[in-house]
Write a protein that binds this ligand. Structure first.
Ligand code: SF4
Ligand code: SF4
Length: 426
């Protein structure tokens, strides 16, 4: 990190010792997993820098924004519309939940058989180690899976600024009406928080900025169709992870820059992995920073990841919002339409997701799909069985993995992944 940020972290009420431990682990993990990779595009230097300053410079920027009276809103889910946050003159940041922390303390509040993602969100709060969480003026929770829904009831006692958004579970007319209503309610909450009345122009601008970010991520995604693949799955995942924290305009510019470089690499036949390497599509639960375990296992076992059917990936970033509406209502309808297409496993039935996995496997030329389920995540683990059946019927090999954030099962996972890679390489 470029300077000593301890006074800043202290001013946020963080536990400096615990935080130092977290940064130590994160730094070492980044070194071993990311910096150890070969043939990385030069443009990844930007993301290496962002990661090295993820609790430093970016937090300083957010605190500077706060000094200018700009509000910071934290979110745990891709259903929270960044378009509305930006339109209200606020900044949206993802609250990562990608690592275990303060586990003993967490298990005083949550049952042991809760998914790692939810446990992590509690651990970061209870351990006072997340400067994003501590900087947020509003934290948005959502009624998605049962685990999250119930966890927010306890979480509300730990923070004084939790806003809970209700979400539909069925893609019906009523479901869509609920989503629209909840987005209207959220718009009002953002206006109240910021003191800014959102105009048609504000909404259009918010949509424009977020569309540009998603278009850049889409551009990056489709470049991975090439063989050899010009960027590793780990690096592409990192870009998706950083999209939740970074300044959106700067992020978009950096992703487009790396895409320019990847286009050159494709012309020159330069890959992050050799041509004809086995290609894997990952599908399932979101992988938040610093959850790199499974991609690291896959990419150190001789295969390359060509896509992520995940909220930190294509499920979260695909589909742009129509910005042609001329009234607030038309634009809010367009925002609702865009988010109503997110095929999270909390929806029932959820055929769209199954179809999208098949579509992605074909489009990216995947030789096999690894379904990633976090232990105790009922929606994704339940859905993994019909997903596997459908893929197998179509002749696309699929392996279902259930794991958590611990490292105890790395050896066992590696053995299974290597066997799967061997199977799909035949
Ligand atoms: S998996 Fe579902 S609940 Fe989780 S971030 Fe994605 S949309 Fe939200
Ligand atoms: S991983 Fe599954 S159980 Fe955990 S928060 Fe997401 S949907 Fe809920």
């Amino acid at each position: 990190m470029s300077e000593d940020y301890s006074p800043m972290w202290e001013s946020l009420g963080m536990d400096l010792n615990a935080h130092e431990t977290l940064l130590g682990v994160l730094g070492q993990g980044y070194q071993d997993i990311y910096l150890a990779q070969k043939n990385r595009p030069k443009g990844m230097g930007y993301f290496d820098f962002v990661m090295s300053e993820v609790h430093g410079l970016r937090i300083k920027e957010l605190l500077d924004e706060k000094k200018q009276n700009r509000k910071i809103i934290g979110s745990y889910c891709v259903f929270v519309p960044e378009e509305i946050v930006l339109a209200g003159g606020a900044t949206l940041v993802g609250l990562c939940s990608g690592a275990d922390f303060a586990v003993e303390e967490v298990e005083k509040h949550l049952p042991r058989n809760t998914c790692s993602l939810i446990k992590s969100s509690f651990g970061f709060k209870l351990g006072r180690v997340c400067p994003y969480l501590e900087s947020a003026d509003m934290i948005v929770g959502e009624n998605t899976c049962d685990g999250k829904k119930k966890a927010y009831e306890s979480f509300a006692g730990m923070v004084d600024n939790l806003y809970v958004m209700d979400l539909p579970q069925v893609k019906s007319g009523q479901g869509r009406a609920l989503l629209k209503e909840e987005y209207e309610r959220f718009k009002t909450a953002v206006e109240e928080l910021t003191g800014n009345k959102i105009t048609v122009e504000d909404l259009k601008e918010g949509i424009k900025v977020v569309n540009a970010k998603r278009a850049a991520l889409h551009r990056l995604a489709i470049l991975r169709k090439a063989d050899p693949v010009p960027i590793s799955g780990l690096d592409a995942l990192l870009a998706n992870q950083v999209s939740f924290y970074d300044n959106p305009a700067r992020f978009t510019e950096s992703v487009n820059k790396i895409c320019d470089e990847l286009e050159e690499r494709i012309k020159e036949n330069l890959g992050a992995f050799p041509s004809k390497s086995p290609r894997i599509l990952i599908s399932g639960c979101p992988m938040a920073v610093p959850n790199w375990k499974l991609p690291w296992i896959i990419e150190t076992s001789g295969a390359v990841i060509v896509g992520e059917e995940s909220c930190v990936g294509e499920r979260g970033a695909r589909n742009l919002t129509d910005d042609s509406g001329q009234s607030q209502d038309e634009l809010m309808e367009a925002i609702t339409d865009r988010y109503f297409k997110v095929d999270c496993a909390i929806f029932t039935p959820n055929q769209d997701r199954c179809d999208h996995i098949v579509e992605m496997a074909k489009a990216y030329g995947a030789n096999g799909v690894i379904h990633y389920g976090l232990q105790f995540c009922q929606p994704y683990i339940m859905e993994s069985i019909p997903v596997e059946n459908k893929l197998e019927k179509l002749g696309i090999p699929c392996m279902r993995i259930e794991t958590d954030y611990g490292m105890e099962d790395v050896g066992q996972l590696k053995t299974r992944v290597e066997a799967f890679i061997e199977q799909i390489s035949d």
